[in-house]
Design a protein around this ligand. Structure first.
Ligand code: PMP
Length: 422
C-alpha cells in the first residue's frame, strides 16, 4: 500500500462517507504559494480552481498579519476592538450606500443562514425562491435552499430554472426567468408560504456559471420585490473582485439587493464570512433579537480580512481578473473553433465556464468527457473542476494573481488533453 493509499483509507475511516475527495487518484499537496500547489513528490500543480486563496496561496502578508494579531490579542466581537470596527468600515465602503451594516460569521453557510433568519423575521414570510441547482450552504436552513445538495427542497422553497446561457435571445430568457420567479412566489403564496426572499448566487456558479449579459438578473430581482420578498445576493463565490473591477456580482448586474452574503475569499483561507444588510433591517432584527458568533469576526480574522482587502486593492487584482480573464476566454474560444466539444465559453473576470457537449451537438451535455478532461488535466499538472446540474461545465476559478503566462499554460494543457481524448 502506498503512503497516499494508506492516508486515504485512514481518512475514510476517520471522516466517513459524506466527505468526498477530488480525483480518482487524489492530490496530496504539502505546501503552496501563489497559484501553485506542490505535492510530496515535488510535482507542481497550477491551481486553476481555488477561489479562496484569492490573493495567492500562503500570501506572506496574510500569514504575517495572522501571526502578529494572534500573538497580541484574540477575543471576540463583544469587546471594543479597533481592528474589527476599522475592517467593518473599510468593507462597507466597498458596498453601495444603503448596504451599511455588517454581521460577521465564520462561514458562508452561517451568513446565508443569518440572512434567512433576518428575512423571515422582517417579512413574516417563509417562502424562498432559488435557482434549480443552487448551493447556498450546509446548515439545515440553507441546505433546504440548495437543490444541488438535498434530494428534495422543503415545501416553503421553490427552485426555478436559471437563464439558459446559450439561448438565442438572452433578453427574452431573462424575462422568462423573471416570470418564473414571479410564478414561484405566487405558487408559494397559494400554498400558504408568504414571500420571504429570492436568494441568488450572482454568477450562478453551481448552475453552470452564467454571467452575461450584465443586467441578466435584474428582472428576477424586480419580480421578487413586487411579490413582497427581499433580495439576497449570495456573493460567497462571485464577490471580492473575482468577476472583475465591478467587485461584486450584483454590482455587475446593476442589482440593489437588501442583503449580501460573503465568504470564501474574504479571509483567503482563514474562516471569516459575513452578511451585509440594510441598516433598517439590521435595526429591526437587532431590536427583536440578537446575534453573536463566538469565533466570527474575531480580531485575528479581521486582521487577516483587512490584509486581503489591502492586497486586492494594492495589487489591483480585480483589474487583473478582468484583463487575464478576457484573454483567457478569447484563448478558450479559439480552442473551441478546433474542438467542437466546447459548446460555449462564458463567465466574468476569472470565473470562467467551459461547456462540454457531445461533438457537433451543443445541446447534449457530455459530463463524461468533462470528467475525463479534469482527470487528464491533473496528470498534466493543472487543477480545475466541473459545475452545472449535468456536471459538464469546466469550472475555472484560479487565485486572482493568475497571469497571462499561467493562462497560456492552462490553454496548452487543455488543448493537449482535448486532442488526446479525441
Ligand atoms: N454560497 C455559495 C454560493 C457557495 O458556493 C458556498 C460554498 N461552496 C456557500 C454559500 C457556503 O459557504 P461555506 O462552505 O463557507 O459554508
Amino acid at each position: 500500500m502506498t503512503a497516499d493509499h494508506d492516508l486515504a483509507a485512514r481518512r475514510d475511516a476517520a471522516l466517513g462517507r459524506s466527505y468526498r475527495l477530488f480525483y480518482d487518484r487524489p492530490v496530496h499537496p504539502v505546501r503552496a504559494e501563489g497559484v501553485w500547489l506542490h505535492d510530496a513528490d515535488g510535482t507542481a500543480y497550477l491551481d486553476c480552481y481555488n477561489n479562496v486563496p484569492c490573493i495567492g496561496h500562503c500570501h506572506p502578508r496574510v500569514t504575517q498579519a495572522l501571526a502578529t494579531q494572534a500573538a497580541r490579542l484574540n477575543t471576540h466581537t463583544r469587546y471594543l476592538d479597533e481592528t474589527i470596527v476599522a475592517y467593518a468600515e473599510d468593507l462597507l465602503a466597498l458596498l453601495p450606500p444603503g448596504l451599511d451594516r455588517l454581521n460577521l460569521t465564520c462561514t458562508g453557510s452561517e451568513a446565508n443562514d443569518l440572512a434567512l433568519r433576518v428575512a423571515m423575521q422582517v417579512t413574516g414570510g417563509r417562502g424562498v425562491v432559488v435557482t434549480d441547482w443552487a448551493y447556498h450552504g450546509g446548515t439545515v436552513a440553507v441546505a433546504g435552499i440548495s437543490p444541488s445538495l438535498v434530494p428534495q427542497v422543503p415545501g416553503h422553497v421553490r427552485a426555478v430554472a436559471p437563464p439558459n446561457p446559450r439561448a438565442q435571445d438572452m433578453e427574452a430568457e431573462a424575462a422568462r426567468f423573471a416570470q418564473d420567479v414571479a410564478a414561484a412566489f405566487a405558487d408559494l403564496s397559494a400554498a400558504g408560504h408568504a414571500p420571504c426572499a429570492l436568494v441568488l448566487d450572482t454568477i450562478l456558479s453551481s448552475d453552470g456559471i452564467i454571467a452575461d449579459p450584465p443586467g441578466l438578473l435584474r428582472g428576477a430581482e424586480a419580480a421578487a420585490r413586487s411579490a413582497g420578498a427581499l433580495v439576497i445576493a449570495d456573493e460567497v463565490q462571485a464577490g471580492f473582485g473575482r468577476i472583475g473591477a465591478s467587485f461584486w456580482g450584483f454590482a455587475r448586474h446593476g442589482m440593489q439587493p437588501d442583503m449580501v452574503t460573503l465568504g470564501k475569499p474574504m479571509g483567503a483561507g482563514h474562516p471569516i464570512a459575513g452578511l451585509v444588510l440594510r441598516a433598517d433591517l439590521a435595526e429591526q432584527f437587532g431590536r427583536e433579537t440578537r446575534y453573536f458568533n463566538t469565533f466570527g469576526g474575531n480580531p485575528v480574522s479581521c486582521a487577516v480580512a483587512q490584509t486581503v482587502l489591502d492586497v486586492l486593492r494594492e495589487e489591483e487584482l480585480p483589474q487583473n481578473a478582468d484583463r487575464v480573464g478576457a484573454s483567457l476566454q478569447a484563448g478558450l474560444r479559439d480552442l473551441a473553433t478546433r474542438h467542437t466539444e466546447i459548446a460555449d465559453v462564458r463567465g466574468a473576470g476569472l470565473f470562467i465556464g467551459v461547456d462540454i457537449a457531445v461533438r457537433d451537438d451543443p445541446d447534449r451535455p457530455d459530463p463524461a468527457r468533462a470528467a475525463a478532461l479534469v482527470e487528464g488535466l491533473k496528470t498534466r499538472g493543472v487543477l480545475l473542476s466541473t459545475s452545472a446540474r449535468a456536471g459538464n461545465v469546466l469550472k475555472i476559478r484560479p487565485p486572482l494573481v493568475f497571469s497571462d503566462a499561467h493562462a497560456a499554460r492552462l490553454l496548452d494543457a487543455l488543448a493537449a488533453e482535448l486532442s488526446a481524448l479525441a
